[in-house]
Design a protein around this ligand. Structure first.
Ligand SMILES: [Mn+2]
Length: 271
C-alpha cells in the first residue's frame, strides 16, 4: 500500500557509461542524478526497468569502474528508506548480489507482477518477450543467460580482456542498429502482443516495459495500458504513478513535464 503523499517512479534504459567519451558520459550521469535528486521529494518506490548500465558485468570480487555519482545517489536514497527495485536488461543482466548486499535493492531477471494501491502492474525490461526475434532469443539462452557461459567468462578471461570484448560487442551492436531509425509498429508492437497474451489469463491494469527506446502508451484493454518508458539517450522519459493514474513525463534537467511529443520522428541513439 502506497503512502498517501508518496509516488512510484519507473525509468529504464539510462545506458550509463554511454558514450565512451568522459565528458559526455559524466554529463549524462549528472542529468540522471539531477532527476533522482528531484524525485526524492515524493518517491516511495523507484523501479529501474533494465539497461541501467550500458554494460555491467559483476565478478565475484570485482565490479566495473565508473558510475560513482549514480551509485552514491542510489545509496543516499536507500539510506532514506526509499525502496528500489531493479529489473536487469540485455545490457546489464550480469548483475548478481552486489546491489542487494550493499544497498538492499531488489533485483529481478524475469517479468514480475506487483500490486500497488489495488492496481496490478506487470513489469519487465522487455527483451525476448512476444513473438519473433528468434536469433536473439537463442543467443540469450545459450550464451548471455547461460550459467556455465557466465562462469567461464568470469573465471577463464581476465576482467580487462573480458570487459574489453564485451564493450566491443556493445559498440558493434550499436553501429548495426544505428543505421535504421526506430520504428513504431502499431498493433504489431511485440510487447503489445505480449501484454495482450498475458492479459487473457492474468489481467493487469498496467504493463510497464523499457527496451524499445521509444516512449509509448498503448491500450491493451478498456482499462489496461501498455506503457513503454522510452530511454534517457533521446527522450529522458519516465512514468509516475500517484496511486490512481500513471503518467509519462520528461525530465528537462530542472523540472518534469508531461510527455506529449510525437515519438515517430526520433532516431535510435542519434547524438
Ligand atoms: Mn536499452
Amino acid at each position: 500500500m502506497l503512502d498517501n503523499s508518496k509516488k512510484v517512479y519507473f525509468a529504464s534504459d539510462f545506458h550509463l557509461g554511454y558514450p565512451d567519451e568522459n565528458e559526455k558520459k559524466h554529463q549524462h550521469e549528472r542529468l540522471i542524478c539531477s532527476w533522482l535528486e528531484h524525485i526524492q521529494r515524493d518517491v516511495g518506490h523507484l523501479f529501474l526497468v533494465g539497461d541501467i548500465f550500458d554494460l555491467w558485468f559483476e565478478y565475484r570480487h570485482v565490479v566495473p569502474k565508473g558510475f560513482i555519482r549514480f551509485l552514491g545517489k542510489l545509496a543516499e536514497m536507500r539510506d532514506k528508506n526509499i525502496s528500489i527495485t531493479i529489473f536487469t536488461g540485455n545490457h546489464d543482466c550480469w548483475m548478481y548480489d552486489y546491489f542487494t548486499t550493499e544497498l538492499g535493492v531488489e533485483i529481478y531477471h524475469q517479468p514480475k507482477s506487483f500490486v500497488i494501491n489495488q492496481k496490478k502492474f506487470y513489469i519487465a525490461h522487455g527483451d525476448a518477450l512476444g513473438p519473433g526475434d528468434y536469433f536473439y532469443k537463442f543467443i540469450r539462452t545459450v550464451l548471455f543467460r547461460n550459467p556455465l557461459a557466465q562462469y567461464l567468462f568470469r573465471t577463464v578471461l581476465p576482467a580487462d580482456i573480458g570487459m574489453g570484448l564485451a564493450k566491443a560487442w556493445v559498440r558493434h551492436s550499436y553501429r548495426t542498429k544505428q543505421r535504421e531509425p526506430i520504428q513504431f509498429f502499431g498493433e504489431k508492437e511485440w510487447l503489445q502482443l505480449h501484454s495482450k497474451q498475458i492479459h487473457q489469463t492474468m489481467p493487469h491494469e498496467f504493463y510497464i516495459y523499457g527496451h524499445r527506446h521509444l516512449p509509448m502508451r498503448l491500450k491493451v484493454d478498456f482499462n489496461a495500458w501498455n506503457v513503454n518508458l522510452g530511454d534517457w539517450l533521446n527522450y529522458r522519459t519516465f512514468a509516475v504513478f500517484d496511486g490512481q493514474e500513471l503518467q509519462l513525463q520528461q525530465w528537462n534537467g530542472t523540472f518534469a513535464i508531461a510527455f506529449e511529443k510525437n515519438f515517430h520522428e526520433f532516431n535510435y541513439f542519434s547524438e
